[in-house]
Write a new protein. Sequence first.
Length: 239
Amino acid sequence: MPMQHLSLFSVFQPIVSLVDSSLLGHEALIRGRDANGSVLGAPAVLEAAESAGDGPYEFDQKARIVHLENAVRQALPGTLFLNLIPGLFPKTEQDIEQLLRAIDRLGYRADRVVLEVTCSQHLAFEQLQAVLDAYGRAGFCFALDDLGTWAMPASLLENLEPAYIKLDRSLIDQIDRQPVQQQQARQWTEQAHSRAIAVIAEGIEREEEAACCRNLGIEYGQGYLLGRPSEYPQRQGVG
């Protein structure tokens, strides 16, 4: 599908408190709509963008601007979680400038934005820390995404100082029935809380999973049980 035939839009998935169901914010996800109204997922949209000459980093930048514009248009409440591919440092500075210009133009605030980063990207730790430090100086905080799918020394939590960690769906799936997964989630949660880092469980689809995560001390959840990605998400916490 040629990129010029696609219109980009955002879907937002709520992130809610597992304690009182209040809304923390939304994760923004990119989608495309063709001339017939059919919706394309992120992989197909990225493929179209690459065919049009945009690399993954360039498309990543454009997607964040689209999400900001849509969040402001809807007066979306809470914190906005945006996915970030950590590129090389010069591209980081360029992205920060673009983000800050868009935030200023839209009347938004950098402290309402959380950048989601997966540390399995092909960056040395020193490079990753330099990238995240640069965003931090610009007023952004970040979340380490997909924990449980890759090995990471606990010391990185202290060195990188994220505001949030997100436990991957593979760790949360059937967690109420899996003692090993419970132990892993408990260890991540205790390590995070010892550094004043909040924890989000991803991919919660069953009440039993939500209850188990809550009992493990995990503050926030995300998943189909709590709210599906939607172009026009609900405006309050899930009861």
